[in-house]
Design a protein around this ligand. Structure first.
Ligand code: ATP
Ligand code: MG
Length: 282
C-alpha cells in the first residue's frame, strides 16, 4: 500500500488519435492524490474533468504519459481488474447505474461479478446499504426511489466491491437540493469516518468547500491546486475561467473592492458574518 493512491504524470489524451491534427482533451496533467484525502475537481464544461476521471479506473488509457493506481500502471492489462477494484466510479445519472429492480440485488451485482462467495456478498450488501443509510429500503423497488436515494444505492453498489478510492463524476448534478444534501453527507462521512479516498468532480462550489484540496482544470490541464481557502481567494482568476466562488467569498471580495478591509480567504457564512461584525464594531 502506497500513501499515494492515484498518480497522473504528464498525461495527455486525445479521442481521435488517427487524425492528422487531433484535438487533445488532456494536455499534460500532473496530479498526485494521497490515500484518505478528499479532492474536489472543478472546471467549466469541456475542460477535461470526466476524461481525467476515466483514466483513474482504466476506462481510458493515456495517449501520452502515465497513470498509476496504487502503484499499478493502468496500461498493464494483467492488473486491470486490480485497478478497477481499487477505484470505484460513480457517475452523474443514477438511473444509468442501477442494474436490478430490487435495491439489494442491485448492490449485490458488483460483488457477484467479482466472484465473491454468496455469504460474503450478503454481509457486504448489508454493510454498504447501512453505510449510505439505505438499509431499510433493501427490499424496495429501485426505480421508485428518489434521485438522492437512487444515487446512494449506486454508491452502495460500488462500496460493496470494497474499493480504496471513490471517483465521483458530478454525482449530484441530476438531484434536487434534498438529494444533493443526502449524497454529499454520505460522501463526507465515507471520507471522514471510513477513511475512503474521495475524488469529487462537481460544479457546485459549496460541495468543493468541504474538500481538503481543490484542483481547478482549464483546457485539458491543471490551472490551480490548493486548499479551498487558497483556491477560492483567487476570485479574479477563477472568474477568468468562468467559475464562481462561494457566496460569502464573493460578497467579501466585492466589499474589499469597494474599500472594506476584509480578509481574502473567507469561505463560510459564519466567517463572513464574524468578519463583518468585527469591522462594524471596530
Ligand atoms: N467520447 C468523446 N469523443 C470525442 N470527444 C470527446 C468525447 N468525450 C469528450 N470529448 C471532448 O473532450 C473534451 C473534454 O471533455 P470532458 O467530457 O472530459 O470534459 P468535462 O470537463 O467533463 O466537461 P463537462 O463539464 O461538460 O462534464 C471536450 O472538448 C469534449 O468535447
Ligand atoms: Mg464531465
Amino acid at each position: 500500500m502506497s500513501e499515494e493512491i492515484l498518480r497522473a504524470e504528464q498525461v495527455t489524451y486525445t479521442y481521435d488519435p488517427d487524425e492528422t491534427e487531433p484535438l487533445f482533451a488532456l494536455t499534460g496533467v500532473d496530479l498526485r492524490v494521497e490515500r484518505g484525502s478528499f479532492t474536489a475537481i472543478l472546471g467549466h464544461n469541456g475542460c477535461g474533468k470526466s476524461t481525467l476521471a476515466k483514466h483513474f479506473n482504466a476506462i481510458l488509457l493515456p495517449t501520452g504519459g502515465t497513470v498509476l493506481v496504487d502503484g499499478i500502471d493502468t496500461t498493464d492489462e494483467e492488473q486491470r481488474l486490480q485497478v478497477r477494484r481499487t477505484v470505484g466510479m460513480v457517475l452523474q445519472n443514477p438511473d444509468n447505474q442501477l442494474v436490478s429492480t430490487i435495491v439489494e440485488e442491485d448492490v449485490a451485482f458488483g460483488p457477484e461479478n467479482l466472484g465473491i462467495p454468496p455469504k460474503e456478498i450478503r454481509a457486504r450488501v448489508d454493510e454498504a446499504l447501512k453505510t449510505v443509510g439505505m438499509y431499510d429500503y433493501r427490499e424496495h423497488a429501485a426505480h421508485k426511489l428518489s434521485g438522492g436515494q437512487k444515487q446512494r444505492v449506486a454508491i452502495a453498489g460500488i462500496l460493496a466491491m470494497r474499493p480504496d478510492c471513490l471517483v465521483l463524476d458530478e454525482p449530484t448534478a441530476m438531484l434536487d437540493p434534498q438529494g444533493r444534501r443526502e449524497v454529499m453527507e454520505t460522501i463526507r462521512r465515507l471520507n471522514r469516518e471510513n477513511g475512503m479516498t474521495v475524488v469529487l468532480i462537481t460544479q457546485y462550489m459549496e460541495e468543493a468547500v468541504d474538500a481538503d484540496r481543490i484542483v481547478v482544470m482549464e483546457g485539458g490541464r491543471i490551472l490551480l491546486d490548493g486548499t479551498p481557502r487558497e483556491v477560492f481567494s483567487q476570485v479574479p482568476r477563477l472568474r477568468e475561467v468562468a467559475l464562481d466562488v462561494p457566496q460569502p467569498t464573493e460578497l467579501c471580495f466585492l466589499l474589499r473592492q469597494n474599500g472594506w478591509p476584509l480578509r481574502q480567504d473567507i469561505l463560510t457564512e459564519e466567517e463572513c458574518v464574524d468578519a463583518l461584525a468585527a469591522l462594524l464594531e471596530g
